[in-house]
Every structure is written in C-alpha cells, then in structure tokens.
Ligand binder design. Structure first.
Ligand SMILES: Nc1ncnc2c1ncn2[C@@H]1O[C@H](COP(=O)(O)OP(=O)(O)OP(=O)(O)O)[C@@H](O)[C@H]1O
Ligand SMILES: [Mg+2]
Length: 485
C-alpha cells in the first residue's frame, strides 16, 4: 500500500471519506509521528456538528447526515493512518520532553475550497504513546467549552481553529477540576496546522537539525507558500511568523480573551489560535486576570499575553538557529511590538466605532478608554456593547450626551476619567460630518456583539445539560454567537 492510500470499505458513501485528503505530514515520514488506533467508545451521540464549515470543505450540508459524522469522527471508520504527532514544549517556563498528542491524532489533511490545506485533529480519541498517566479522553464539558471558544473567537475576528464535531462517548471520567465522575466526548478540530513551536523544540532537543530543516521547508511550502523560491525564505518566514503571532495576540487582547495556557506546545507555527482549555473572556479590564486555576504565579494572565508570546517566539529561535542566521532572527523579533500595537490600535478603534482616526486623538481616546475600563471595572464587553446599543448622532450635541441613555456608566461629575472620555469622544464625533454617524453606528455594531462568552454564560448552558440533558440553550448560544447577536 502506498502512503497516500486509504483502505476502501463500506463507508465509501460517507462524504467525509471522499474529501480531498493530502498526506502532507504523512509523507514527511515517521520521525514526526506514530501511527495509532482510535478508542472504541461504548456510545456515540452527536452533540455538535458545525454545518457552517461544511461548504468550505465543498460539502452540501443537506447531504451530510449525523451518521456520517458519527462513523467518521466518532468511530473513525475508513481512514488510516491516524497519526499521533510528536512534540515537546516549554510548560510554565520548564522544558517538558514527554509531550506529544496524548489524547488526539491527526485524522487527515484536507484541501478546502479556499485552496488552503487544513488539518482534522482529534481531542479525546484515546491513549497514544504520549498519554503518560492520562486516560486519553476529553470531558464533555471540555468539548463544549472548546466548541464555544472557537466559535466566539472566530466571530470576533480572531484567527482561530474551529470544531467540526463533538460526539459524546459514554465514558465516566475522573477529573480534579470537574465534579466527577463526569461525561466524555471526542472532538474533531479543523485547524490550519497542528505543527507547534514544540514540534521544532523536540527536534532541537533530539539534535536533529536535518529533520528541523525538512519540517521548516514543509511549513513554508504549505503555510507560507508565497515565500517559496525567495533566496532568504527562512528569515522571511520567521519575520512573518512574528507578525502573525503579534497580530493574533492583539486580536485576543481586543476581544478580551485570556487563553490561559500559552505553553509552546500550544503555539501554532501558522500563527493560529487553538487549544481552548481553561480559557476565559475577561469580565472587566484587569491585566492580572488569570484564567487557569493552576497558574499560581499569573504567568499567563490577560496582560502578560503579548510579552509571553514574544518570549515564546524568542525561545523558538533556539531550534531555528540551525537554519536561520541569528541576526535575521533578531531583526524579525524586533518587529513584534510594532505589529502588535498597530493591530491592537486598529481593532480597539473599531470597537470604539472608527475605521480610522487621526493622531493624537486616536492614542488619547484609547488611553482614556483603557483607563476608564480599568478604574471603573465596568464590564469590558458590556461597555462596548452599550456604546453600540445606545449610539446616537445626538452625542455630537454636548459631552454630557455621550452614552447618556446607558445606566452602566457614571453620571456626569462622578468620574473625572469618564467625563474626559466623553469630552474627547464628543470632540472626535464633531470632526466627522453628520453623514459619517451612520458608518460609526455600523462599525460599533459590527465589532461589539451582545453575546459575550463570559464564564457564567457557559455555566448557564452547562447546567441544563447536566441537570436534564437539555442541549437547547447550548445550541441557542452557538446560534447567537454565529449570527453575532
Ligand atoms: N487526559 C489526557 N490523557 C492523555 N494525555 C493528555 C490528557 N490531557 C492532556 N494530555 C496531554 O498533555 C499535554 C498538554 O495538554 P494540553 O491540554 O495542552 O493539550 P491538549 O488539550 O490535550 O491538546 P491540544 O493542544 O491539541 O488542544 C499534551 O501532550 C496532551 O496530549
Ligand atoms: Mg495543548
């Protein structure tokens, strides 16, 4: 059998098995993965199918049945090989050489209608050689939380992986951070790639620069295609990765998102966001807000995210030094702040209603906004949503009319910071013609949805699931997120 062949069986009518699979990673050879088998689960209940993604795969939603999802992504019938990918990583600053896909595998790689190659990767599909003491499983709540995070981030404009399916698998799991026994699930994630910073770190640890170079050539060929053929493609790759990661972290910050576990095994080589474990959206603007209960020193708190991503990029220089000049790596990394601030400014200005704003007003408005949000501890998402909800051209009349129909902000005179913010916002509005007010209203509405995926919201849909197996609130929440309302 050649590498690319998939055994034929009676599932050939399943649309998921007739997609354009490309054995890109598989062709790299088994220095990068182990072939594994999927767990056979006692039960398969399809809890989530991401129909929105199917057209991107060239599939007709109507033609894909729940059973197709279950046989492909719950029973894993008809596709081989399933590959547990190898990687190491810095976890909370400590190097861990015992990682790798411990509860997942690469199911396949598919060319989508946009011409890009996507990975289907599992989570909770059973033990692998990298499971260490773990059971290889994903809790149902973990699956629900990851589905929600990915959708919420996508619709907030963050470059993220998405979940294609989530199937309840009928096992009882024991976890220290969930009331146990707790229910199990298996998820299939569609991502731009599951190659992580830690994939290179492992090859460096194993003193295999030859394998690192082969992998980097692969990464450039598939995910940085425009650099193929450039004489300095390696330096250009790193500079672009820095830019992509800087933009990603700016997107998280503007979205008010705290990833929670920014270990280097959770950093994608394509600059895409993924792995939504103990994440949280910030309730209020607090740089020290920490999502993971086990992050005792607040290493990965909300405000540290840009610095941590920059540090992770710097640590990636170690394995890349065998291929890329140190001077080029340094030049690349030096651009991080510039890219980060450009993206963060642009996104925050959009949240404030402006596609573009001249200096010095732009910087001043941003500074005052953050000062007010931090000082007042008004809800981060609520503040911007209230701006969108209550916006009126009458805000041009006088500073006191800005946000005056919202009861979440201080009354005039109660907060000097807010009063200054209103004076500035009023002045900026008056720099625009009356015709622009409609554009500002639309910009506010487009960037500040009502539904924010705060922890109490997740708990409110989880409660009916565990109390009465009622999934309706979960489906309604996803629908609200997907329609940005
Ligand atoms: N229940 C488990 N059983 C076996 N291995 C596990 C389990 N939970 C986590 N791991 C492994 O521990 C390491 C860190 O886990 P982490 O939560 O970051 O990744 P993950 O969520 O399992 O996968 P991904 O990064 O693809 O989302 C990974 O090597 C992962 O495979
Ligand atoms: Mg992970």
């Amino acid at each position: 059998m050649t590498l690319a062949e998939t055994p034929k069986n009676n599932n050939s009518g399943n649309p998921f098995l007739t997609l354009n699979y490309e054995p890109a990673i598989e062709c790299l050879g088994d220095d990068y993965y182990n072939e594994v088998a999927a767990e056979e689960f006692p039960q398969h209940i399809l809890r989530w199918r991401n129909d929105v993604l199917l057209p991107h795969l060239g599939l007709d939603t109507q033609a894909v049945t729940d059973e197709h999802f279950i046989t492909a992504f719950g029973k894993f019938q008809g596709r081989k090989p399933l590959l547990a990918l190898c990687y190491h990583g810095y976890q909370f600053g400590e190097y861990n050489p015992s990682l790798g896909d411990g509860r997942g595998f690469l199911y396949g790689q598919v060319r989508a209608t946009d011409g890009e190659l996507y990975d289907f990767g599992t989570k909770g599909s059973g033990r692998t050689p990298y499971s260490r003491g773990g059971d290889g499983m994903l809790t149902l709540k973990g699956g629900v939380r990851e589905v929600l995070a990915a959708e919420a981030l996508h619709y907030l404009g963050v470059r993220t992986s998405r979940c294609l399916s989530m199937i309840e698998t009928g096992l009882s799991l024991w976890r220290g951070d969930e009331p146990s026994p707790t229910r199990s699930s298996v998820m299939v994630r569609m991502s731009s790639s599951h190659i992580r910073f830690g994939t290179f770190e492992r090859l460096h640890y194993q003193k295999r620069p030859d394998l690192s170079k082969k992998l980097l050539d692969h990464v450039i060929e598939y995910y940085y295609q425009h650099l193929v053929g450039e004489t300095d493609k390696y330096a250009l790759f790193y500079a672009e990765l820095v830019k992509r990661v800087a933009k990603l972290v700016a997107q998280w910050m503007a979205a008010g998102f705290c990833h929670g576990v920014l270990n280097t095994d959770n950093m994608s080589i394509t600059g895409e966001s993924f792995d939504y474990g103990p994440y949280a959206f910030i309730p209020t603007f607090d740089p020290y807000f920490t999502a993971a209960y086990f992050d005792y020193y607040r290493r990965y708190c909300y405000g540290h995210q840009p610095g941590i991503c920059q540090l992770n990029l710097e640590m990636l220089q170690e394995p890349l030094k065998a291929i890329i000049d140190k001077a080029d790596l340094e030049v690349g990394l030096a651009t991080f702040n510039e890219h980060y601030y450009a993206e963060y400014h642009s996104l925050m200005l959009k949240k404030l209603g402006f596609e573009q704003l001249l200096q010095p007003e732009a910087d001043e408005l941003l500074k005052l906004t953050i000062q007010f949000l931090q000082d007042s501890q008004v809800g981060y998402h609520q503040f911007f949503y209230e701006m969108a909800r209550t916006f009126s051209p009458k805000w041009r009349d006088e500073p006191a009319s800005v946000m005056n129909s919202s009861d979440i902000v201080p009354v005039p005179g109660a907060s000097p910071i807010f009063d200054n913010w209103c004076i500035l916002y009023h002045k900026i509005l008056n720099n625009f013609g009356f015709d622009s007010m409609d554009v500002i209203a639309k910009t506010l509405a487009a960037h500040n949805p009502k539904t924010a995926l705060l922890r109490p919201v997740i708990e409110s849909i989880w409660e009916p699931i565990i109390q009465e197996d009622n999934w309706q609130p979960f489906y309604e929440l996803v629908k609200r997120i997907q329609s940005s309302t």
